[in-house]
Design a protein around this ligand. Structure first.
Ligand code: TRP
Length: 316
C-alpha cells in the first residue's frame, strides 16, 4: 500500500512560539516518517498582512531555518515555497468562479476581520480559496493544522466537492488533523498562547528569555497547584510524572517555575543549536527550498493540466 500523504502550510510571520510547535509544527516532524509530506511557506497568504519586501524576505528565510532546525527532513518531505508554484494562484482563480460570496462570508476568519475593519481587502476575503488550491493540488489525505484552521480545511473540502460535482471527479477530499491534547496551548497569562496577546514562549528562546517568560507567568495566590505553570510544563512531561511532583510542591511557585525553566532549557537548547548551524550557511538552506519547489512544481503542473482539460480550456 502506498503511504498516506499529509500537507500543511505556514505563513512566514515571524518567530514561532512553543504553542505553534506543540499545536502544529511538531506534527510535521512526527508525520514525516510514516507519510509522504508536503510542507510549504505560504508567502502569498502572508501578503495580506505583510507589505514590506525586506521583512517578507527576512521572514521567509527565518521560517526556512526554523523548520530545518526542528528536524523537518527534506529527503522525506517536499519543503517548498508557495510563490514558486504559480499553479496555486491559477487554481485559486478557477475556484473563485465556483465559490459564492455568501458562503465565504460565513467563515470565522472573515467575520473576525470584518469585526475589526470594514475595509477588508479581497485577498483576506479570498484567503480560504487560495488555501483550498494549496491543498487540493497535491491530493493529501490529511492536513495537520492548528484548531483555528479547521474551518479552512472544511472549506477546501466543500470547494473540492463543488468542483467534482460540476466538472467530474478531480479532487480527493482532505481531512483536517488536529492534535487533540494540545489544540490550544495556554500562554503565560493562562489565555491561548498567541503573539497578539504577548504571552508566548519563543521556540528558540535563549536561556535568559526562557527565565523571563516563566518568571512572568501569572499565578493565583491560592497556594495550590499553579495551573498556568502546570499547563506549560505538561507539554514537556506527562501528567503521571508531573502531578505527583506538583502535589508535593503545592504552593511553592518559585521552585516549580525553576523546574519548568530547566525543562524548557533542556528542550529548547538543542533546537537553538541546530538553528545556529543552519544559519551559518543560508545559501545551502535556500538551495534545499529551491529543490523542494522544483519537485512540487512537477506535481502541481501535472494536476493543473488535468484541471484545464476538465474545465475545457485545453484546445491543443
Ligand atoms: N492558513 C494557514 C495558517 O495561517 C497557513 C496555510 C496556508 C495552510 N495554506 C495552507 C495550512 C494549506 C494548511 C494547508 O496557519
Amino acid at each position: 500500500m502506498s503511504k498516506k500523504v499529509f500537507l500543511s502550510g505556514v505563513q512566514p510571520s515571524g518567530k514561532p512560539h512553543i504553542g505553534n510547535y506543540f499545536g502544529a509544527l511538531k506534527q510535521f516532524v512526527d508525520l514525516q516518517n510514516e507519510h509522504d509530506g508536503y510542507v510549504f511557506i505560504a508567502d502569498y497568504h502572508a501578503l495580506h498582512s505583510l507589505r514590506n519586501a525586506k521583512e517578507m524576505k527576512k521572514n521567509i528565510i527565518s521560517v526556512l531555518l526554523d523548520y530545518l532546525a526542528i528536524g523537518l527532513d527534506p529527503e522525506k518531505v517536499t519543503f517548498f515555497k508557495q510563490s514558486d508554484i504559480s499553479e496555486h494562484t491559477e487554481l485559486a482563480w478557477i475556484f473563485d468562479t465556483i465559490t459564492t460570496m455568501p458562503y465565504l462570508m460565513r467563515a470565522h476568519a472573515f467575520k473576525d476581520a470584518e469585526a475589526k475593519n470594514k475595509e477588508i481587502d479581497v485577498g483576506t476575503f479570498n484567503y480560504p480559496v487560495l488555501m483550498a488550491a494549496d491543498i487540493l493540488l497535491y491530493a493529501p489525505d490529511v492536513v495537520p493544522v492548528g484548531a483555528d484552521q479547521k474551518q479552512h480545511v472544511e472549506i477546501a473540502r466543500d470547494i473540492a466537492e463543488k468542483f467534482n460535482h460540476t466538472y467530474g471527479e478531480t479532487f480527493k477530499l482532505p481531512e483536517p488533523m488536529i492534535v487533540k491534547d494540545v489544540a490550544v496551548v495556554l500562554g503565560t497569562d493562562g489565555k491561548k498562547m498567541s503573539k497578539s496577546y504577548g504571552n508566548t514562549i519563543p521556540l528558540f528562546a535563549s536561556y535568559d528569555e526562557i527565565k523571563k517568560c516563566v518568571m512572568g507567568i501569572v499565578t493565583d495566590s491560592g497556594g495550590g497547584i499553579p495551573q498556568n505553570v502546570y499547563a506549560i510544563h505538561n507539554l514537556l512531561r506527562p501528567a503521571s510524572e508531573l502531578l505527583p511532583l506538583y502535589e508535593s510542591k503545592a504552593g511553592k511557585y518559585k521552585e516549580l517555575k525553576e523546574m519548568l525553566i530547566e525543562d524548557l532549557e533542556k528542550f529548547i537548547a538543542p533546537l537553538r543549536t541546530r538553528r545556529k548551524e543552519f544559519e551559518k550557511d543560508i545559501p545551502k538552506a535556500l538551495k534545499i527550498l529551491k529543490e523542494g519547489s522544483g519537485k512540487a512544481k512537477k506535481i502541481a503542473s501535472l494536476k493543473m493540466k488535468e484541471i484545464r482539460e476538465k474545465i475545457g480550456v485545453k484546445v491543443y
